[in-house]
Design a protein around this ligand. Structure first.
Ligand SMILES: *Cc1c(COP(=O)(O)O)cnc(C)c1O
Length: 413
């Protein structure tokens, strides 16, 4: 397609865009359990209006836009407060979890170098850790060592297997709270002890749990220690655009101290332009992502988050119960909004295909092959519908009327 010679009217374009959107997942109906966090129309309106209010402003210029600098500072400080950041802890907003993880790894690497690490760097991850670490390590030419999970069916990281892979060139070890594939919180207390014993940097990836777990705990869920309350945790990633219900393009990367954080910003004067110091990978930083996160957090407050996260956990408990009644195995003991499950007789990916045909956008986990749901507050009203459609999917697969098992592969793009 070529750029049109003459422009079209906004009203014309608007209706064309809405027609194009008609083919997209109807996530507002509550049948999407991946990609979108649906906290309802009121939060969506706050996101939208707060985003557009600062859409053209640029977080790159704190002097020009002190409003954004202030809002970012407050967002980071609220995040640190929720995650037991000690006195002096600090951080920044980024464009998302991948960005936060990349910046945390860059910071850990440069910190290690400042302490004399000079060989080829490596990081040690549980097998369930997010691929964003591999992407970041690839960019920085860092070796990734993945350690198998515990073999007790808990789907938790195995601190002993991680310890075995750590050496003097290890610049980071990782725990997830929770991991994405199974929704399980790793034994971060044990990882923290290991980190202290070996003198290695521990990053806790709370991208998907950072703004859920603290409120689940306030609601009485027995969430184990996973954040800065554990002394070995040096950095964390927590996404605002997931269970923080902020507009997309918003995450936080957090550090125990300014001493660690100082290795993150890039400060450069050796070019023709003005000297520039940027905290994260981005140059231009969308003001809307900052203002929308700030507005949603202040709009919901502790009470709003507790209410919404209570619905998420209730939805998970309800689906868990229904799945057990139908003979499904839940992988490990999920406590938050993610759940993976499989049936002893029915091929997971075939069920995935059948549930998709019934209008559900969900996901799968590969190790072991299972179905995966990422639940939103909206799903609290949808579990009966889901289970009914799952029953129909099971019948079709059981009757051998779906595609042959081995030919079914989930597709994302
Ligand atoms: C979503 C997620 C990420 C990556 O975040 P993006 O915002 O998609 O880049 C990293 N880790 C975990 C555990 C996640 O759930």
């Amino acid at each position: 397609m070529k750029l049109p010679k003459t422009g079209a009217s906004w009203s014309e374009l608007k209706s064309e865009m809405s027609a194009r959107g008609a083919g997209d997942a109807k996530w507002r109906d509550g049948k999407t359990a991946v990609y979108v966090f649906n906290a309802g129309p009121e939060v969506e309106q706050v996101q939208k209006e707060a985003y557009t209010a600062f859409m053209s402003e640029n977080g790159l210029g704190p002097l020009a836009f002190p409003s954004l600098a202030e809002m970012e500072k407050e967002v980071v400080s609220m995040a640190l407060d929720l995650l037991h950041g000690p006195e002096g802890s600090t951080g920044a907003m980024t464009s998302g979890g991948t960005d936060s993880i990349t910046m945390a790894l860059k910071t850990a690497r440069d910190f290690a170098r400042s302490k004399g690490q000079s060989g080829p760097a490596n990081i040690v991850l549980p097998q369930s850790a997010h691929l964003a670490f591999d992407k970041a390590a690839h960019l920085m030419d860092i070796e990734v060592r993945r350690a198998p999970l515990k073999t007790d069916g808990s789907y938790e990281a195995d601190p002993a297997a991680i310890a075995d892979r750590v050496d003097s060139n290890t610049v980071m070890i990782v725990g997830s709270a929770p991991n994405f594939p199974h929704g399980i919180i790793d034994p971060v207390a044990a990882l923290s002890e290991l980190a202290i014993e070996k003198g290695v940097w521990l990053h806790v990836d709370a991208c998907v749990g950072g703004f859920l777990a603290p409120f689940a705990r306030m609601n009485g869920v027995p969430v184990p220690a996973f954040d800065f309350e554990l002394d070995g945790v040096q950095s964390m990633s927590a996404d605002l655009h997931k269970y923080g219900y902020a507009a997309k393009g918003a995450s936080t990367v957090l550090f125990r101290s300014a001493d660690l954080y100082q290795h993150m910003p890039f400060d450069f004067a050796g070019w023709s332009g003005a000297p520039m110091k940027t905290p994260t990978l981005a140059g231009t930083r969308p003001g809307g992502a900052i203002s929308a996160a700030w507005a949603v957090m202040n709009h919901l407050g502790v009470e709003g988050y507790c209410r919404l996260q209570g619905k998420v956990c209730a939805a998970r408990e309800k689906v868990e119960q229904g799945l057990r009644e139908r003979g499904f195995e839940i992988l490990g003991t999920p406590l938050l909004g993610l759940i993976a499950f499989r049936h002893p007789d029915l091929y997971s990916f075939a069920l995935y295909g059948e549930i998709y045909k019934r209008g559900w956008f969900t996901s799968v986990t590969k190790e072991p092959r299972s179905l995966h749901l990422m639940l939103s507050p909206k799903h609290a009203d949808m579990i009966d519908d889901y289970l009914r459609d799952l029953d129909a999917a099971c019948e079709t697969v059981r009757a051998g009327e779906s595609a042959p098992a081995e030919t079914v592969q989930p597709r994302y793009n």
